[in-house]
Design a protein around this ligand. Structure first.
Ligand code: ADP
Ligand code: MG
Length: 215
């Protein structure tokens, strides 16, 4: 099988400081799913991206949501929904690594098993990015701790697992509170039938990219 040609991040319309940061992290070439999805995501398109676990999906949506972010604006501009607390923590760490230090981006993780009050106070101090599980994000929306009216990027990560875990209604409720003109990015390791239905509910004319497993 022929090897895919290397795609450096420098072929993307990313800020020079972001490219330097990627180099510092040792991210020299894009992974296949990053190369397939980032050109669309950075144009502001809604996107459905499927590739196996470990293929670098987090950086694909993280670079897109960071490119949409204005750190001088004190409002939640990106929300990432994840199925579990562990995944929310992993995603939060990866976004923090990829954020440019000088931007002083504030990220708050909202998942269950932790008291609401500390999370509410972090939100009160200001967050640009929220990463969380659907149930806990809903709790904070219901309490008025979290406002999504300035959101420009909604990410559904591990969408297949969120479907399996019965989060569809919670996702629908959260999505209804986001501005309709936002960008929605859906990432998944598999593409069961429910994904297309989910996408039809929340997404506008999405581009679909799939990277098949290499053997
Ligand atoms: P997925 O969400 O698809 O399961 P992750 O986003 O967790 O995958 O990425 C898997 C690993 O690959 C992480 O350790 C991440 O730091 C690393 N990684 C992601 N993109 C690159 C890249 N372009 N170059 C090198 N390592 C990368
Ligand atoms: Mg992932």
């Amino acid at each position: 099988m022929s090897q895919a040609s290397p795609s450096p991040f420098s072929t993307l319309p990313l800020a020079p400081a972001t490219l330097e940061n990627l180099q510092r992290l040792g991210y020299l070439e894009m992974t296949a799913i990053q190369a397939a999805s980032l050109p669309h995501a950075l144009l502001g398109k809604d996107l459905i991206a499927q590739a196996k676990t470990g293929s670098g999906k987090t950086a694909a949506f993280a670079l897109a949501l960071l490119a949409n972010l204005n750190a001088r604006r004190f409002a939640v501009q990106a929300l990432v929904l994840c199925p579990t607390r562990e995944l929310a923590d992993q995603v939060s760490n990866e976004i923090r690594r990829l954020a440019r230090a000088e931007d002083n981006v504030k990220l708050v993780t909202l998942s269950g098993g932790v008291p609401l009050r500390g999370q509410a106070s972090s939100l009160e101090h200001g967050a640009h990015i929220v990463v969380g599980t659907p149930g806990r994000v809903m709790d904070h929306l219901d309490r008025g701790n979290l406002k999504l009216d300035a959101l420009n990027t909604l990410v559904l990560d591990e969408a297949d697992r969120m479907l399996d875990m019965g989060f569809v209604d919670d996702i629908a409720t959260v999505a209804k509170q986001c501005p309709p003109q936002r960008q929605t990015l859906l990432f998944s390791a598999t593409y069961p039938e429910g994904i297309a239905k989910l996408a039809a509910q929340f997404m506008r004319d999405p581009v679909t990219v799939k990277v098949q497993a290499q053997h």
